[in-house]
Design a protein around this ligand. Structure first.
Ligand SMILES: [Zn+2]
Ligand SMILES: [Zn+2]
Length: 369
């Protein structure tokens, strides 16, 4: 850890020094031709591409600028190869950065494939682990490649071609067991254009981002937590005040993402919405003063239906009489329609409320079963 951090800091210092050197040169008005070659033709910056890859229910975003690239999350366990193929088709040979926002499987699941198949310069992950197979696979892949993890420090700035990004979250070391709130958040800047990414950060983490004092105003907001009502709080969206919001979620997902409340927030603020569940992968291109998209915004404003594919899945499993969903680890039980059903340690029960409680389960505070 120490060595890698030192190396990064050294790199950053060198970059800062180099930028000052360039600024000084251009201030003189007649820099040598080499300097012009280095900084590209006068006034123009390398184009930035942001690919919101359709990975169904989950997140994976590829950011490319100049010759450099970054991947933010890699979708579920079974989406690693899809993400690998996508970024290969985009001509990515190595990754300068891989951000695994948090250890939930719909974000870290495919990361083991990416780490194994690609050379990655800097891996940024929050200091929060989860005892799940998905997360253990990521740690194993990191060990296999002898990679060390760079911890996100709010305010740290990294270069990506002619773009840069600033770490804006997590702002606390301890959010209890709320994995989503440990999400790494970044503000990506390219010329005059800005993007905000917050992983699955929910209300508490969003409030902490606002309170850290960084100017959050941006053109594009990647909606937190797949458009869930537990994220994209009014205050947060106001602070970002984006022209566009992008929602990454799966068609007919069992959580009912995006939730109507989130869509209403965006709609009432006149924000145009893009959705991977309806539109597939979405690509934003920035030249530093304008952003263009590969598709027009969605105009359906259609909220997901909670438990839709969940109930389909239940029927498929042939267990029609499901009464409650149990989390065998936390010993909480949920209504099948709850929007925070367990993805791991899940047991679909057909028992009565009394029977479930008799086994030591307590009701979920969110759905009050
Ligand atoms: Zn998620
Ligand atoms: Zn999550």
């Amino acid at each position: 850890m120490g060595r890698k951090t030192y190396k990064n800091r050294w790199k950053k210092n060198l970059l800062t020094f180099f930028s000052i050197f360039l600024i000084l040169l251009s201030a003189c008005g007649n820099g040598p031709p080499e300097a012009e070659v280095q900084s590209g033709s006068a006034g123009k910056i390398e184009e930035l591409e942001v690919h919101f890859i359709d990975v169904g229910q989950g997140d994976a975003t590829l950011v490319k600028c100049g010759g450099q690239s970054m991947l933010i999350d890699a979708g579920e366990n079974d989406k690693g190869t899809l993400v690998q193929n996508y970024i290969r088709k985009q001509g990515v040979k190595k990754l300068d950065y891989l951000i695994v926002t948090h250890p939930d499987s719909d974000h870290c699941g495919g990361a083991d494939v990416i780490i194994t198949k690609y050379d990655v310069d800097t891996v940024i992950m929050p200091n929060y682990s989860k005892d799940t197979a998905s997360y253990r696979d990521v740690v194993q892949a990191l060990d296999y490649k002898h990679y060390q993890v760079t911890e996100p420090k709010v305010g740290d700035i990294y270069r990506l071609g002619d773009a840069k990004f600033t770490i804006i979250a997590p702002n606390k070391d301890d959010y209890g067991n709320e994995a989503n709130n440990y999400s790494v958040g970044i503000l990506l800047e390219h010329g005059g254009k800005k993007f905000v990414f917050t992983g699955d950060a929910e209300e508490e983490a969003e409030r902490d981002i606002i309170n850290n004092g960084i100017d959050l105003s941006a053109d594009v907001l990647k909606a937190g937590h797949h458009g869930s009502r537990t994220a994209s709080m009014g205050d947060f969206v106001s602070a970002v005040c984006p022209e566009y919001a992008v929602i990454s979620c799966g068609e007919d997902n069992e959580y009912g993402h995006p939730h109507a409340a989130t869509l209403n927030t965006f709609r009432s603020m006149g924000i145009k919405v893009f959705r991977t569940d309806e539109q597939g992968s979405l690509i934003a291109c920035s030249d530093g003063s304008e952003i263009t998209w590969n598709a027009p915004p969605s105009d359906t404003w259609k909220a997901g239906e909670p438990g839709l594919s969940g109930s389909n899945a239940t029927v498929k499993q042939g267990s029609k009489g499901v009464t409650y969903i149990l989390n065998t680890k936390t010993k909480k039980f949920h209504k099948p329609s709850c929007d925070s059903l367990p993805t791991e340690n899940r047991d679909d029960s057909a028992q009565s409320r009394e029977e479930v409680i008799a086994q030591g389960y307590t009701p979920c505070g969110r759905c009050n079963p």
